[in-house]
Design a protein around this ligand. Sequence first.
Ligand SMILES: [Zn+2]
Length: 338
Amino acid sequence: MEIKFKRFHLQSDLRSPLKGFETISVPTEVRIDPLTRRRSRIITWGLPTQEKFNFSEMVDESKGCFFCPENVLQKTPQFLKEIIPEGRIRIGRAVGFPNLNPVGSYGSVVVLCHEHFLNLHQFTPEIYEEGFSVALEIIRRTMDFDPDTRYWQISQNFLLPGGSTILHPHLQVIGDPIPTNEMDRLLDSSSSYYQRNGTLYWRDLIQIEKGLGKRYIAQFGNVHWFVPFAPIGFNEVCGSVEGHGSITTLAKEEIASLAQGIVSTLKYYDEKNLNSFNFSVTSISGEAHYQLLIRIISRTPFQPYYLNDWTSFEALQSELTANIIPEELCHEIRPFFP
Ligand SMILES: [Zn+2]
């Protein structure tokens, strides 16, 4: 196995006004992702902690939206009859329909619940089980209609810092005949890893991380949850589903294990007074060397005068930053995974 955890220690020396102008050293760590070789920068000083934001005014002003139960079946688009004759997919409280403002070939929205707003600790495994079941059905039926659509993202953007204008919890389901940059990077590097080693990168990684025990969080069924060595966002947690590349082949138990890991992560975020997040499940059919991956990151919490976490480093230098040492995050989050 050629998995290497390579890191560089950088250090900045300065005379601090907080310590009577004594010289202090502030370390930064640059880590190289063992698969993609992408660099991540881990900053070791903490951002100021915030109190929990009270969303009640925002919720009152915006409730009765297009996704609320009284409107969702009247005011949202319907699928083409050739793809989904009944127009929308409904499972439990979740409702799936085409996105009025798509960004690719097939863009759908899955409204997750009747509630217009949920705090992070109020998301339940059942909410995601129903939401993912709707997403899966949309993907299956779309692929029956157009089998070239192999590349799918099932994502959630929560609150304004996460890029969502609508408060009501929902998923984005996006399918295309071509991969995104990230999919391309994952496929390319997993496939060259296989050529060189004759083994699946994801299986090797899980085995190593389990052995090391510093970043491996928990196993739910055949979903492995871990903190990545080189995170690409704040408080990043990953899950990988053994034996699957696409969400379309997942059984009910595997969907439940994914849902459980998301909810556990959100409970931890809530405990840290975070409120905004993104996740993305990357689902690709017909690729033997890829294994289904979900990445969850927190965004800077919504609050008055909130701080964006996407600076010139991320936007213009493609150098992603994280604000907690991955091994510390793993230690802190473990108790939230029952
Ligand atoms: Zn609503």
